[in-house]
Ligand binder design. Structure first.
Ligand SMILES: Nc1nc2c(ncn2[C@@H]2O[C@H](COP(=O)(O)OP(=O)(O)OP(=O)(O)O)[C@@H](O)[C@H]2O)c(=O)[nH]1
Ligand SMILES: [Mg+2]
Length: 215
C-alpha cells in the first residue's frame, strides 16, 4: 500500500530561514484535539511529536491532558510568517467518556487529528462517529487523518480505497504515521497547523488583531 502524500509548499519546519521577501510575523494559538479509538496511538503521537520519544507500554489515557508545541509556518503568498502555538489535547478513547465529555473536550477546537490503527479496520470506521461528535460540538473544522502504526507492514488491515471513502466523508487528507519510527508525524501536525491558520486568516483578514511585528 502506498501512503497518500501531499506536497505542501507553505509550511516550513522550525529550522528553515524566512524568505527574504517575508515582511510580517504574527503569533497565533490553536486548540487541536486528537480523536480516535482506544490504543490507536494518540498519546504516542503526541509524545513523539513533542518530545521525540516512543514507549511500547500501553497506559490508557483516563482523563484529557494537553501538551504544547510551537510551529513556525511560512505563507509565502501572503508574505507572512506565523508562529503557531499548538495546544494538543489528548483525549480519552473510550466511547462512554466521549459521550459524557464531548462538549468539554471539543469546545473551541480549531482542528482535529483523527487517528486510526492500520492493523484494525474498525478503528477507521469508527472515525465517522468521532466526526459526528465533533460536528455536534464545534461544526466544521480542518481534519487530518493519521493512519498510525505504519511500521507494522505485515499487519495492514485495509487498503487505499477505504481511505478515499473516509477522506470524502470527512473532507480530510490521510497520512500514514508511525509514532514508533516517527514516519509522517511531523508532517501531519504541520499540515493540520497550516490548515488551521489558513482557515483563521480566511475568517479574519485583519492581521492587526494578532500580535504582529516586522522582521
Ligand atoms: N508498533 C507501533 N505501536 C504503536 C504505535 N503508536 C502507538 N503504539 C502502541 O500502541 C499502544 C497504544 O498507544 P497509545 O498511544 O497509548 O494509544 P491511545 O490512542 O492514546 O489509547 P487511549 O489513551 O486508550 O485512547 C501502545 O502500546 C503503544 O506503544 C506505532 O506507531 N507503532
Ligand atoms: Mg492515550
Amino acid at each position: 500500500m502506498v501512503a497518500t502524500r501531499e506536497v505542501i509548499s507553505f509550511p516550513r519546519s522550525k529550522s528553515s530561514t524566512p524568505a527574504p521577501c517575508m515582511k510580517r510575523t504574527i503569533r497565533m494559538k490553536a486548540k487541536v484535539c486528537l480523536v480516535g479509538e482506544p490504543a490507536v496511538g494518540k498519546t504516542s503521537l503526541i509524545r513523539r511529536y513533542v518530545s521525540g520519544h516512543f514507549d511500547d507500554c500501553y497506559v490508557p489515557t483516563l482523563q484529557a491532558k494537553f501538551a504544547t508545541k510551537r510551529l513556525a509556518l511560512s505563507f509565502e503568498e501572503q508574505e507572512l510568517k506565523v508562529n503557531l502555538d499548538l495546544i494538543l489535547w489528548d483525549i480519552v478513547g473510550d466511547k462512554g467518556m466521549r459521550q459524557l465529555l464531548k462538549e468539554a473536550y471539543f469546545f473551541g477546537a480549531q482542528g482535529i487529528l483523527a487517528v486510526c490503527d492500520v492493523t484494525r479496520r474498525a478503528t477507521l470506521e469508527e472515525l465517522r462517529s468521532w466526526w459526528k461528535s465533533v460536528m455536534d460540538t464545534v461544526g466544521e473544522v480542518p481534519w487530518v487523518v493519521a493512519v498510525n502504526k505504519s511500521d507494522l507492514r505485515d499487519r495492514y488491515a485495509f487498503g487505499e480505497e477505504k481511505l478515499h471513502l473516509i477522506n470524502d466523508l470527512l473532507n480530510s487528507t490521510t497520512h500514514f504515521t508511525s509514532a514508533k519510527t516517527g514516519e509522517g508525524v511531523e508532517h501531519s501536525f504541520e499540515l493540520l497547523g497550516s490548515r488551521v491558520v489558513q482557515r483563521e486568516l480566511s475568517k479574519n483578514r485583519d492581521l492587526s488583531l494578532y500580535y504582529a511585528h516586522s522582521v
